[in-house]
Design a protein around this ligand. Structure first.
Ligand code: SAM
Length: 180
């Protein structure tokens, strides 16, 4: 239920801020639910994952919905800038693939590498939206690093946190907007 409420917030933000003119990046495609939503909202989606299983599942999901405005890339999101230079938004859903190998998950180091790269290349009116999961050990370390990082960005950015205040270790959302 809590995850769904957080996801509802992410979906409503994406619906309100993306258009059919936009090229976007799904940094962690997993089972492809975000990729499918983004393909529906946008002109084109680049999706990344380090697991072939995630690419296969996402390809099947998007084929089943007769969606073709996407490219799936079997690589770490750390390398995304080698494939896509101009984007409106990057979406991260951190952690591990549900019902899969929990050892294959995003990490503080990989996430920080990518965020550091992205804030150096973001154009005005672009954004990053990150769902963080502090419910497991690596997730706590990663979530804290994300908060620390966004808290120190300069004022060419607006950074926000959407969090559940009365439940411990709930997933939360971090938003990084590059100002106009
Ligand atoms: C929580 S799942 C994503 C869920 C997905 N958004 C969905 O809608 O089903 C996190 C995904 O990140 C992937 N991942 C972990 N490290 C990665 C990295 N460095 N680059 C890209 N994907 C990574 C995992 O393989 C996993 O599929």
């Amino acid at each position: 239920m809590r995850v769904n409420q957080i996801r509802d917030f992410v979906i409503s933000y994406l619906v309100n801020h993306l258009t059919k003119d936009d090229v976007v990046i799904d940094a962690t495609i997993g089972n492809g639910h975000d990729t499918l939503l983004l393909a529906d909202l946008c002109k084109y989606v680049y999706g990344f994952d380090v697991q072939q299983q995630a690419l296969d599942t996402t390809q099947t999901l998007l084929n089943n919905h007769q969606v073709s405005n996407f490219k799936l890339i079997h690589d770490s999101h750390e390398n995304m800038i080698n494939y896509v230079k101009d984007f409106k938004a990057v979406i991260f859903n951190l952690g591990y693939l549900p019902n899969s190998n929990k050892e294959i998950k995003t990490t503080k180091d990989s996430t920080m590498n990518t965020l550091n790269t992205l804030v150096g290349v973001m154009k005005p009116d672009t954004f990053i939206i990150i769902t963080c999961y502090p419910g497991h050990d690596e997730g706590i370390i990663e979530s804290e690093a994300v908060i620390k990082f966004v808290s120190h960005l300069d004022n060419s950015f607006t950074t926000l946190k959407y969090d559940v205040l009365n439940k411990n270790k709930s997933p939360f959302v971090i938003l990084i907007e590059k100002n106009h």
